[in-house]
Design a binder for this molecule. Sequence first.
Ligand code: 5CA
Ligand code: ZN
Length: 406
Amino acid sequence: MQAWTKPDIPVVPGPARRLRLYDTASRGLVEVPPVDSTTARMYVCGITPYDATHMGHAATYVTFDLINRMWRDSGYDVHYTQNITDVDDPLLERATATGVEWTDLAAQEIQLFRDDMTALRVIPPQHYIGVVESIDLVSDAVEDLRRAGAVYSVGGDLYFAVKTDPLFGGVSNYDRETMRELFAERGGDPDREGKQDPLDSLLWRHERPGEPAWDSELGRGRPGWHVECSAIALKYLGMTFDVQGGGTDLIFPHHEMSASGAQVATGKHPFARAYVHQAMVGLDGEKMSKSKGNLVLVSKERLAGADPMAIRLALLTHHYRTDWFWMPTDLTSAQERLDVWRGAVGRGSGPDGAAAVDALRAALTNDLDTVAALAAVDAWAESEGDDHEAPALVALAVDALLGVKL
Ligand code: 5CA
Ligand code: ZN
């Protein structure tokens, strides 16, 4: 699948710093990639294409864009892969409910997402991969699991037996009761009769009348959700890549199951060196979600005249590990800040530019502390100084590191 237009990414002078990120699995800060590596590999779970792109989605992709930018600043060759869940129950249900062909709905929403990502200056992945174009890949991945003795059938649907992974649970660290609750809430079927373990997850759903299906060695059907991401990540990044990313709503079951499937299929561990999660963005006291319909869409705000750089700045105002609620005033405050910054980089001189850039790098490499990063730029913009090169240097760094074009 074609991704979107790549923004210019200027090179910033001065020494880079090593990125540390909070890893959900080890519950601590980790440095990725390892010191001796020249490449950095990241997989971020992409959209299910309907009701895209709301501010929660945007916050997620901007967060992982910062990781991409910090790695590039350190000179790493970044390999970035993102999927599109372009066939799955919620998409099919929405298409049926609105009387639109599911393929048309997906195509239209993917294009909207591309336009939003371009406007927000998010660096595109090199591999932007839909499930529909990966049917053989996913069915091969299920075959690998079958060879590893991890697959059984319930009425023709194929399931992954979680007991085959002794490390199952190591991504989320949740207890069984929590897992079971979340599994039921997030697309799982703990109560289906015939399953060996309530937590076993669907790998391949055999054809049902009126549902899309593809021929495969597994029988006519379509992929389950979790195996899609492990199959795509393994093919385009390989085992033990650096960052597996998405929102905290994906910790369980999605990231636990994808990691587990890959571990059982390859006999190796871990799937990713760090599991990084964006906290939830909400609206009016609830998580912003397609199923609840409480959405603020990037495209609507853009159409209403919002500067995409103000939207990006509004998202960066919150640390990625803190849940927050979108407020219309977020956008007005971000626009005010943007105006101040633009005024400051338009001056003939300012305070020490190299020091401001180092403060920006120090904040962002410290687990993406955007709150401190924005404060560093504010402090520079609010003071006077006689460094004539500072305005251009700060504008360059804000563009390259924060992705905000002034
Ligand atoms: N297609 C799957 C991942 S394979 C999926 O979760 N799609 S999604 O469209 O529901 O979400 C896309 C991305 O945005 C995911 O990484 C998800 O964790 C994140 N996300 C969804 N809602 C929010 C929210 N309210 N706040 C922050 N991130 C969110
Ligand atoms: Zn995923």
